[in-house]
Design a protein around this ligand. Structure first.
Ligand code: NAI
Length: 384
């Protein structure tokens, strides 16, 4: 198979490495010569590190390097069977590139996008044959993260979807299918992890360190919400929140937070800028969490029930099936357990009661319990 990658930034470089490691001939195209040079250098560094650690041998390293060709001409995709685009997140620029690409590739070539936030249908629409277009959403870093969300547009042919899912699975990835809705699975279901934590802080119920500690020590999450937002970057994380909120027609469940917006405006992006919710210039200045175990239990439960509600509603709205929703969160963002399985283990009734308590307290749409949880509770059923 000949694979084409458009854009060799963070994602394009990683996806090219994955495809070349799976044994494909890969052409990587970028209009920026410096980006191409950087990608070549980075790959060689990565492969040397893998060699030192004994993960690959010299032959494999040579194979991977020989499998990738770098190009500054889109015309070099003329033999591609699948082209994955990973350029700047801009609808007009992407559409322009796809229109040009379609004049170069063969009739049977599958054309894909790695977009995180644009609708797949809106990109497919610029092609004269939109039925060959599909979303293939990798996670960063692509060679390490197991999850890939595959997103057919309403225009996508069923056969193209099947071929794509098979091919990405053969690259050793965990493939889940998602409907073409904002945030797909992971970037939608994860919103309350950040949003509810921010809300708890804004209400003055707790501080960053205590909320983070609750999620790590009681929930078993690798990072708490605030340290994770600082790691991702408050500029990036806020933008995703705002995009999902707007794209879901201002559904109160996704309302972004002023606290995070102010941090972004101040340039307090997190680790990369030296300050976010925490100061990173001196690690010893990270504050101690509260010792109040009851408080931490309440914080953890509130965030978890909101996450479960989001996962349940994602199933209710047919965005993905239950198994894929759980796989997405455990493989895409390393959650300690699938949220729907977690709901089953806690008891669906308990989830409904907790969400109804929040709704009674606030009378806000944000806390409405998903109909599917209520239905399962009524029928005494579980997700699995
Ligand atoms: P990046 O900024 O690291 O790389 C983009 C590359 O595209 C650059 O090398 C740039 O020179 C090149 N480029 C821009 N316009 C081009 C054009 N017209 N023709 C050819 N090359 C062009 O971006 P990154 O982070 O790799 O993101 C790429 C895509 O992947 C975006 O759609 C983004 O939403 C998506 N994505 C990003 C993730 C992340 O964590 N960074 C995760 C999953 C998806």
């Amino acid at each position: 198979m000949n694979i084409g990658i458009i854009g060799c930034g963070t994602m394009g470089s990683g996806i090219a490495q994955v495809a070349a490691t799976a044994g494909h001939q890969v052409v990587v195209y970028d209009l920026n010569e410096k980006a191409l040079k950087k990608s070549v250098e980075k790959l060689s560094l990565i492969l040397n590190r893998l060699l030192e650690k004994g993960r690959i041998n010299e032959d494999k390293k040579e194979n991977i390097l020989n499998n990738i060709n770098y190009s500054n001409s889109i015309a070099d995709f003329n033999e591609a069977d699948l082209v994955i685009e990973a350029i700047v997140e801009n609808l007009d620029i992407k559409r322009k590139v796809f229109s040009e690409l379609e004049t170069i590739v063969s009739e049977k070539c599958i054309i894909a996008t790695n977009t995180s936030s644009l609708s797949i249908a809106s990109l497919a629409a610029c092609l004269s044959r939109p039925s060959r277009f599909i979303g293939i959403h990798f996670f960063n870093p692509a060679p390490l993260m197991k999850l890939v969300e595959v997103i057919p547009a309403i225009q996508t042919d069923e056969e193209i979807l099947n071929q794509t899912m098979e091919m990405i699975a053969s690259w050793g990835k965990t493939v889940v299918k998602a409907k073409d809705t904002p945030g797909f699975i992971v970037n939608k279901v994860a919103r309350p992890f950040y949003g509810e934590a921010l809300r708890i802080y804004e209400e003055g119920l707790s501080d960053f360190a205590t909320i983070d500690h609750a999620m790590r020590s009681i929930g078993g999450f690798r990072m708490g919400p605030f340290e994770l937002m600082d790691f991702i970057g408050n500029d990036v994380n806020y933008t995703v929140s705002e995009t999902v909120f707007t794209a879901f027609y201002y559904d109160a469940r996704y309302k972004p937070s002023f606290t995070q917006k102010r941090l972004m405006e101040a340039g307090y992006f997190g680790r990369k800028s030296g300050q976010g919710y925490y100061k990173y210039t001196d690690e010893s200045s990270i504050p101690e969490p509260s010792q109040d175990q009851g408080l931490k239990e309440r914080i953890f439960q509130r965030i978890l029930f909101m996450l479960i509600n989001e996962a349940a509603d994602t199933l209710h709205m047919q965005i993905a099936n239950a198994q894929d929703i759980d796989l997405a969160m455990t493989n895409g963002v390393n959650y300690p357990k699938g949220l729907l399985l977690w709901a089953d283990q806690l008891g669906i009734n308990k989830c409904v009661n907790a969400l109804d308590d929040l709704f009674d307290e606030y009378h806000e749409e944000r806390y409405r319990c998903s109909p599917i949880l209520r239905k399962l509770a009524k029928e005494g059923k579980s997700f699995f």
